[in-house]
Design a protein around this ligand. Structure first.
Ligand SMILES: Cc1cc2nc3c(=O)[nH]c(=O)nc-3n(C[C@H](O)[C@H](O)[C@H](O)COP(=O)(O)OP(=O)(O)OC[C@H]3O[C@@H](n4cnc5c(N)ncnc54)[C@H](O)[C@@H]3O)c2cc1C
Length: 555
C-alpha cells in the first residue's frame, strides 16, 4: 500500500466521535481544577512531580488511562486516533504531565503486544483500576539510541529439578520517566536468548532509584536512574513467557508510540500558537496590530501553522490505518515523529520571538513550552535515529518495489491534480518522481553508505509523504464541502513549495556535494527530474500566505 489512506467504510478500532469528544472534554476540564495555569507553573518552577494529581487522573472519577486499556481488561479500548487526540489535548495543558501519563501507556505496551492472558489481566487490570503508575525502563548509561548495547542482565534461577523459577536481574537504567514512583515497571534486560521484557514491581528487593534529574523542561515529570542488584522476579514476570522477544515487542509498537510523541509535540505547539495568535491581534506597534504586519505573519506564524496542519493530516491518516488493522507502520511512525517534533520545536521558538520580550518571561507560558517541547525531538528515538530509519527503509522499499512505491504516489497526485487544482499536487507528483530517481542514483553509486546523504534523503522523503497526506485531506474536505477546505487546500499548496524547496536544495547537495558525478551527469539528471519545474511552486506563494493569514487572524 502506497499510503493512500483508509477506504471509507472500513471498520476502525476505537471510540466513536462522540465518546472521543467526551474524553477530550474531560481533559479540558482538568484546567479548571487539578491543572490550572497557576498549579502548572508551580510544578514547573519547583520541579514537582505531582504524584497525587496523576493518581487522581487515574482514579474512579476521571480514569483517563481507561482510554488505552483494551476492553477485555476493563478499559475503553481506544484506538490510535483516540489516543493521539486525547494526548494532544493533555499536552496543550502541560507536556510534563502528558509525559507522565504517556509513561504509563508506554510501560503497558510490552504487555499489550506480548503479554500472556494471565499477565494482561493482572497488570493491565491493575492499570485499568487506577492502582498503578507504570514506567518503561529501556535506556541505560551506555545504551541509548543503540538499545542492543544494553548490559542489564537477567540470569535464570532454577529449582532442584532444573526448572526455571525466576530471574535475577542486575544492572542500571537511566532517564526513566516516573521510574522512582512507578508501582511496577516493564524492564528490558539481556538473556542468553536476547533482550527480554520483565515486569519488576516496586517492592522487589534490590530495586532502587537514584535522585530525580534536574531538567531543562517537562519539569512536572520525574526522570531518574534505576538500579537493580540481584533483584529476583518470578518466571511469571517474563512478558510473554518466552525469552528473547523484547526487541520485536518494542519494535511492534513504534508505529504507534512515535505517532503519539508526534501528537504530544503538536499539542504543546498548539498551545504556543494559540497564545501568540491572540496576542498578535491585540499588540499594537507602529500604529497597527502585529497580526497585520506581513513580515511578522509570514515569517513567524503562517509557515508554522502550515507545518502543524501538515503533521496533523499525516498523524490522523496513519492513526486511521493503525486502527484499520495495518501492522507494519514503524517507518510512518518515524516520519510522523521526526516531522511533528521538529516542526513543534521550531514553532515554539518562533512563538517566543513573536511575543518579543514577553516571550522570554516565564509568566507568558511560551517560554515554558519552548523548554518542554525540545524533549520530543530526543526521547522515543532521536530525530537523527528517525532519519536513519526513514532513509534506510524507504531506500529498501524503493528497490524492492522497483520504484513502484513512489510511482504510485506520483500517479495519485497527478490524478488528484485534475480535480484539485490549487493544492500543489503537481509539485508533489514531480517530487515523488524526483525522489525515485535520486534514491536510485544514490543506490547505484553506493552513496547510501554516506550517512549525511541518507539524512538528506530522509528529509525529502518526510516532506513529500507529509505533504501528500495534506493534499489528500484537502481533497476529502473539498469533496465534503467543508468550511475548512479552503484553508487546508491553500496550506497544501504552500507546503508543496516547502517540499519543492527542500528538493531543490537537497538534490544538488547529493549530486554535487558527493563529488562523484561529472558536469554532464549532473545536468542530465537535473533535466531528467524536471528540476526547474519545481520552481513553479513559488507561483502566487505570497498571495496564498496572505489569504491563510486572513483566515488565521480572522481578518
Ligand atoms: C526527560 C527524559 C525522559 C526519558 N524517558 C525515558 C523512559 O521513560 N524510558 C526510557 O527507556 N528512556 C527514556 N529516556 C531516554 C531517551 O529515550 C534517550 O535519551 C534517547 O533515546 C537518546 O539516547 P542517549 O541519551 O543515550 O543519546 P545517544 O544515543 O548517545 O545520542 C547522542 C546524540 O548522537 C546521535 N546519534 C546516536 N546514534 C547515532 C547514529 N547512529 N547516527 C547519527 N547520530 C547518532 C543522537 O541523535 C544524539 O543527537 C528519557 C530521556 C529523557 C531526557
Amino acid at each position: 500500500m502506497a499510503g493512500s489512506g483508509v477506504e471509507t467504510g472500513t471498520a476502525l478500532k476505537g471510540l466513536d466521535a462522540e465518546s472521543r469528544q467526551m474524553v477530550i472534554d474531560t481533559v479540558r476540564q482538568l484546567r479548571e481544577r487539578l491543572l490550572t495555569k497557576e498549579i502548572i507553573s508551580e510544578f514547573d518552577k519547583k520541579e514537582i512531580f505531582p504524584e497525587e494529581t496523576i493518581r487522581k487522573m487515574l482514579g474512579p472519577e476521571i480514569g483517563l488511562q481507561l482510554l488505552f486499556i483494551p476492553e477485555a481488561y476493563g478499559g475503553m479500548g481506544g484506538g490510535a486516533l483516540d489516543c493521539c487526540a486525547v494526548t494532544r489535548e493533555m499536552s496543550r495543558i502541560c507536556l510534563g504531565i502528558a509525559t507522565a501519563f504517556f509513561a504509563i501507556q508506554l510501560g503497558s505496551d510490552p504487555l499489550v503486544v506480548g503479554g500472556t492472558e494471565e499477565q494482561k489481566s493482572k497488570w493491565l487490570g491493575a492499570i485499568a483500576e487506577g492502582k498503578a503508575l507504570v514506567a518503561y525502563a529501556v535506556t541505560e548509561p551506555n545504551a541509548g539510541s543503540n538499545v542492543a548495547a544494553l548490559t542489564t542482565k537477567a540470569d535464570s534461577v532454577r529449582n532442584e529439578a532444573g526448572e526455571i523459577t525466576g530471574y535475577q536481574i542486575n544492572g542500571t537504567k537511566q532517564f526513566i520517566s516516573t521510574g522512582a514512583y512507578a508501582d511496577f515497571i516493564t524492564l528490558l534486560a539481556k538473556t542468553p536468548e536476547g533482550p527480554t521484557f520483565f515486569v519488576v514491581e516496586k517492592e522487589a528487593k534490590g530495586f532502587d532509584h537514584g535522585k530525580d534529574e534536574e531538567k531543562h523542561g517537562i519539569r512536572a515529570s520525574s526522570t531518574s536512574p534505576l538500579s537493580f542488584t540481584d533483584v529476583f522476579v518470578p518466571a511469571q514476570n517474563l512478558i510473554g513467557g518466552i525469552p528473547g522477544k523484547g526487541l520485536a515487542q518494542s519494535n511492534k509498537v513504534f508505529g504507534y508510540t512515535r505517532l503519539m510523541v508526534g501528537a504530544m509535540a503538536l499539542g504543546a505547539s498548539d498551545a504556543a500558537m494559540e497564545i501568540v495568535i491572540s496576542y498578535a491581534k491585540e499588540r499594537i506597534q507602529f500604529g497597527s496590530p502585529l497580526s497585520e504586519k506581513q513580515g511578522y505573519t509570514h515569517k513567524l506564524i503562517v509557515p508554522n501553522m502550515v507545518r502543524l496542519e501538515a503533521a496533523t493530516a499525516y498523524i490522523e491518516e496513519i492513526a486511521k490505518r493503525l486502527d484499520a488493522g495495518e501492522q507494519d507502520l514503524q517507518i510512518e511512525g518515524s516520519i510522523a515523529k521526526l516531522f511533528a517534533t521538529e516542526s513543534a520545536n521550531k514553532t515554539a521558538d518562533d512563538a517566543m520571538q513573536a511575543l518579543g520580550g514577553y516571550g522570554y518571561i516565564n509568566e507568558f507560558e511560551v517560554e515554558k513550552i519552548k523548554r518542554d517541547v525540545k524533549i520530543t525531538c530526543i526521547y522515543e528515538g532521536t530525530s537523527e535515529i528517525q532519519q536513519n530509519i526513514i532513509s534506510t527503509f524507504r531506500w529498501k522499499k524503493t528497490r524492492k518495489t522497483k520504484g513502484e512505491y513512489y510511482n504510485s504516489i506520483a500517479l495519485e497526485m497527478e490524478t488528484l491534480n485534475r480535480t484539485l487544482k490549487d493544492a500543489g499536487c503537481r509539485f508533489y507528483q514531480l517530487a515523488a518522481n524526483a525522489l525515485n530517481e535520486i534514491i536510485t542514483l544514490a543506490h547505484e553509486n553506493r552513496l547510501t553508505r554516506k550517512q549525511y546523504i541518507m539524512f538528506a534523503l530522509a528529509d525529502m522523503i518526510t516532506h513529500l509523504e507529509i505533504g501528500v497526506s495534506l493534499a489528500r485531506k484537502a481533497s476529502k474536505l473539498t469533496e465534503a464541502q467543508s468550511a475548512e477546505a479552503e484553508k487546508i487546500t491553500l496550506m497544501s499548496k504552500i507546503f508543496s513549495n516547502e517540499a519543492s524547496q527542500l528538493m531543490m536544495q537537497n538534490v544538488p547537495k547529493i549530486l554535487m556535494g558527493s563529488g562523484v558525478f561529472d558536469e554532464k551527469k549532473i545536468s542530465d539528471f537535473i533535466k531528467a527530474i524536471s528540476y526547474y519545474q519545481l520552481l513553479g511552486s513559488f507561483h502566487h506563494l505570497i498571495g496564498d500566505m496572505d489569504r491563510v493569514a486572513d483566515i488565521i487572524f480572522e481578518r
